[in-house]
Design a protein around this ligand. Sequence first.
Ligand code: IMP
Ligand code: MG
Length: 184
Amino acid sequence: MTVDATTTSDSGVEVVYSDDEIARRLEDLAQEIKSAGLRNLLVVAILKGSFVFAADLIRALHRAGLSPEVDFLTLSSYKKSKTSSGRVEILRDLDLSVEGRNVLIVDDVLDSGRTLAFAKDLLSARGATAIRTCVLLEKQVPRAVDVEADYAAFECPDEFVVGYGMDVAHRYRELPFVGRITKH
Ligand code: IMP
Ligand code: MG
C-alpha cells in the first residue's frame, strides 16, 4: 500500500490517497467494471459518504463507454460517532425499481460489512438480477458479517479516514483527497 504522507497544515488532515492517485485508479476501476459486461447497469450510490466517489466513478464509467442509470440510497449506521452502532437503517429510499436490473452498489468504505450486506440483501429481496459492489476503500479488518466488495479502489489503513465525501460529524467532506486527521 502506498501512503503519501504530505500534511496539509491548513486542514489538519494528512493525505492518505491524493486526488491524482484517486483519479488514476478510477480509470482502471471503470475498465474493470466494464469488462464484467453488465448490460443496462444501474448504479446505486449509498449516501452520504459515497457521493463524491460515485460522481467521479460514473464519469469514469462514461469514459470507459458505459451509460449507467444512477439512483441513491441513504443509509445510516454511524450517526455522529466514529464507531458503528451495528444497526443499518434506510433514511431515504431509492426512486427506481431494481427488479430485473443489473446493479452496481457504490459505497465509500467497507468496514464491518454491515452496510454493504444490508444494501445487497435489500436489493436482492427486491429482485435485482445481478448485484456487484464497489467501494473506494477496503479496511483491512475482520468483517462482522460475511461480505466482500467485488471492486475496491484502495486498501484503507485501520483508522478513521475523512475527505473525498467522507466526514466526521459532517466535516471534511469537501477535501479533494482521502486523509487522516492530525489535529482537531
Ligand atoms: P460498515 O457498515 O461497518 O462496513 O461501515 C461502512 C460505513 O461506515 C461506510 O458507508 C462509511 O460511511 C462509514 N465508515 C466506516 N469507516 C469509515 C471511516 O474511516 N471514515 C468515514 N466513514 C467510515
Ligand atoms: Mg457510508
